[in-house]
Design a protein around this ligand. Structure first.
Ligand code: ADP
Ligand code: MG
Length: 417
């Protein structure tokens, strides 16, 4: 993809925007872009530089993303809504064409990396609550104040920013705090003249990232490892990636959302609105608490991925009301006129609360309380799902599990297949 119309190849030390930003290391990439850690010589801070592929359709998408990010910025000048902040944008011309670049505040690892770091054990429920609150504040802001649907909410698109008390944990605060304040007096003129402190800091940061991302974990064939301890880390996160976001009154795509986080009305093509984000949010909360995806559909013999997906939702949540099942543009592909799946006849019902207790070793109380929070969000009828604003009032968010016998401890016995 590093050819005409594609990605822009970056080397450490490359200058951008007439030398204001200096590339440091690659942070990640998506279908449309590569994202680099860069040093902003004007504000003396690290930033994330998202460099879009250059072809016309990618430039178009980037312009749209910039428009969305600008309205997010304008509506929240104090940057308190847990949505990524756009700092700057510009065009950069390279051998593969002209690339739109977005300068974003620099955030940490994604929730996907956090789940991996925690060895797919599920996070302590108090941590899940903290993350849920941030995401709900972000969704309430996007939905109610801006009229924006994210349409691609998933663990990869929610990034952490740690606030660790350095007095309590000096090592980790230095290693994990993603906004690496520059050491006093340090200079940076590209990759070559970095001073010793700078190099040390970088090495420590690299090691930390490798550790927290679990990239050094030996893979496969081993006894399950206990979850890692995340004590003392105040966990906060922000929603990123507005490449697919849309205004509720200006929707472009019928097929939205990443498969596992896709709401049933999108599969059935019955029209969608803000409540598709609430469905994805519930899937993410479940995944954080258990370490497993809530729905991981697969194509099988005689049925499609869509059909498996619909079957999985019904096995967990009960039968879809007939009216909803037959009400979408694609309903006839999956359901007969009674509202039964045509090609998957026998469903194995396993209600959510039983699953949490039996498979994930939740206490009866934890399971009941979590299900009271989650199940309204997973209503087959999109209008019945609570809004982010209503969800923020839910008592579950303010409960406190005692640290001792959490699902994390019990989860140590859980075998992953
Ligand atoms: P795409 O639209 O191509 O999927 P994203 O905006 O999701 O691009 O960014 C791709 C990846 O880059 C993310 O999954 C994340 O790993 C990293 N990333 C994006 N934005 C930031 C940021 N502000 N700070 C740190 N890393 C980021
Ligand atoms: Mg992405």
């Amino acid at each position: 993809s590093y050819r005409k119309g594609g990605y822009h190849a970056v080397r450490v030390g490359d200058p951008f925007a007439s030398g204001r930003y200096i590339a440091q290391r690659k942070l990640g990439w998506g279908q449309f872009s590569t994202v680099w850690l860069a040093y902003d010589t004007e504000s003396s801070r690290y930033v994330a530089l998202k460099i879009q592929k250059s072809a016309q359709q990618f430039a178009q998408a980037a312009l749209h993303e910039i428009e969305v990010l600008c309205s997010i910025y304008e509506g929240d000048p104090s940057n308190s809504k847990f949505v990524v902040r756009l700092i700057d944008h510009f065009k950069h011309t390279g051998p593969n064409g002209q690339h739109l670049c977005m300068v974003l505040e620099f955030l940490g690892d994604s929730l996907l990396q956090l789940i991996r770091f925690n060895r797919y054990k599920g996070l302590e429920l108090n941590k899940v609550r903290e993350i849920c609150k941030c995401v709900l504040i972000a969704l309430d802001y996007l939905h109610r104040e801006l009229g924006i649907i994210h349409t691609d909410l998933k663990p990869e698109n929610i990034l952490l920013f740690f606030t660790i008390d350095p007095a309590k944990d000096p090592i980790r605060s230095g290693l994990l705090t993603p906004i690496l304040e520059r050491p006093e007096g340090g200079t940076l003129n590209g990759g070559s003249t970095t001073n010793v402190i700078e190099k040390k800091l970088k090495r420590r940061a690299r090691r930390a990232v490798a550790n927290i991302s679990g990239r050094r974990d030996p893979m496969g064939g081993e006894a399950p490892k206990p979850a890692r301890c995340l004590d003392g880390i105040d966990m906060r996160c922000k929603v990123v990636d507005f490449g697919n976001a849309c205004w509720a009154d200006k929707r472009f795509a019928d097929e939205i959302q990443t498969r596992q986080y896709r709401a049933p009305e999108v599969i059935l093509q019955s029209g969608y609105s803000f409540s598709v984000d609430m469905w994805s949010f519930a899937c993410i909360a479940f995944e954080l608490a258990t370490g497993d995806m809530m729905f991981a559909p697969k194509t099988g013999q005689g049925f499609s991925e869509d059909e498996d997906h619909l079957a999985l939702t019904m096995e967990l949540l009960g039968k879809m009301p007939r009216k909803i099942a037959v009400g979408g543009a694609r309903s006839k592909d999956f359901f007969d006129r009674h509202g039964d799946l045509k090609r998957i006849r026998r469903l194995k019902y396993s209600p959510l609360d039983r699953m949490l207790v039996n498979k994930y070793k939740f206490s009866e109380t934890d399971a009941r309380e979590f299900v009271e929070f989650l199940s309204p969000l997973l209503d087959f009828s999109p209008e019945k799902r609570p809004t982010a604003q209503q969800c923020l009032q839910h008592p579950w968010l303010n409960l406190r599990s005692s640290g001792g016998q959490s699902n994390v401890d019990a989860g140590m016995n859980k075998l992953k297949i």
